[in-house]
Design a protein around this ligand. Structure first.
Ligand code: AMP
Length: 283
């Protein structure tokens, strides 16, 4: 089937109705474009598991703060379409901001508590924008399965909560983080890094690996693990720690001693670019 590129909600609904009438299940991969191998892995999994694969490409203005990179966020649309096509996407939904947020727009989705911690503390309003646009995409596409990356661990946790709380009838699947050879998690924002910063950016994964090794060796004391991250980041020119979170994977609340399933999530500025990464540990 050739790739359909649509910009309106009625066209999207019509295409999906047609696919459903052929008995196909629907997979949705929400993205902001600038697609890389991480996104492609999500599309690939959707292609394997569902009959009709929808990729949304929408740089969602409501999840950016006033001092963030909305205007300069990369938008290589032709390349993105090629990537979608190569991965066997059936439909790309590429709406304008006016289609998603008409002037009369009034309704917001907030996932309380979970939205205010970590990423939400540094980026107020970010998860309200994410949850709102994702629920809209769910309602427009009505997928059987929606695919998200573990790279954005807090986002996944918030969306799982939203799906549960609002009885959204779909399965949310979480796919592993895709990394460069040196461990750097793929991100559309990596292209902001100059060669020196690109080198410095490996501090996130190196720190996570060392934490994993220490925890494997029996370390459970969070303050000493936190110091380890601080030391590594401080020793990296151009890098500045935003936070290192050692939290319950369910509540995202911090712990003093590691116990159960622990999410270790880092946010580090490299120059002016803010990078995040995480690992899940079972202690
Ligand atoms: P974005 O375009 O950054 O909003 O990301 C769209 C989806 O791709 C989200 O579910 C992300 O978690 C996921 N994603 C981004 N980077 C990666 C990566 N390196 N590995 C796996 N999934 C990713």
């Amino acid at each position: 089937m050739p790739l359909a590129i649509v910009t309106t909600i009625p066209e999207t609904r019509a295409a999906i109705r047609a696919a459903r009438s052929q008995g196909l299940s629907i997979g949705l991969v929400p993205t902001m474009g600038a697609l890389h191998a991480g996104h492609r892995a999500l599309i690939h999994q959707a292609r394997e598991e569902t009959g009709y694969v929808v990729v949304s490409i929408f740089v969602n203005p409501t999840q950016f703060g006033p001092r963030e990179d909305l205007a300069r966020y990369p938008r290589p649309f032709e390349k993105d379409i090629e990537a979608c096509s190569q991965e066997g996407t059936d439909l790309v939904f590429h709406p304008s901001p006016q289609v998603v947020y008409p002037p009369s727009f009034r309704t917001w989705v907030e996932v309380h508590d979970l939205q205010d911690r970590w990423e939400g503390a540094t980026r107020p309003g970010h998860f309200r924008g994410v949850a709102t646009v994702v629920l809209k995409l769910f309602n427009i596409v009505q997928p059987d399965i929606a695919y998200f990356g573990q790279k954005d661990a807090q986002q996944v946790r918030i969306l799982q909560q939203m799906v549960r709380d609002l009885d959204v009838p779909l399965i949310l699947k979480v796919c592993p983080t895709v990394r460069e050879a040196d461990g750097l998690a793929l991100s559309s924002r990596n292209q902001y890094l100059d060669p020196e910063q690109r080198q410095a950016a490996t501090v996130l994964f190196r720190s996570l690996e060392e934490i994993q090794a220490r925890v494997g060796g029996g370390e459970k004391d969070v303050p000493s693990l936190h110091r380890l991250v601080e030391d590594r980041v401080n020793a990296t020119p151009g890098a500045r720690l935003d936070y290192a979170a050692f939290v319950h994977s369910d509540t995202l609340l911090p712990m003093e001693r590691l116990e159960g399933t622990v999410l270790v999530a880092l946010a580090v500025y490299v120059g002016t670019t803010r990078l995040i990464d995480n690992i899940l540990l079972t202690t």
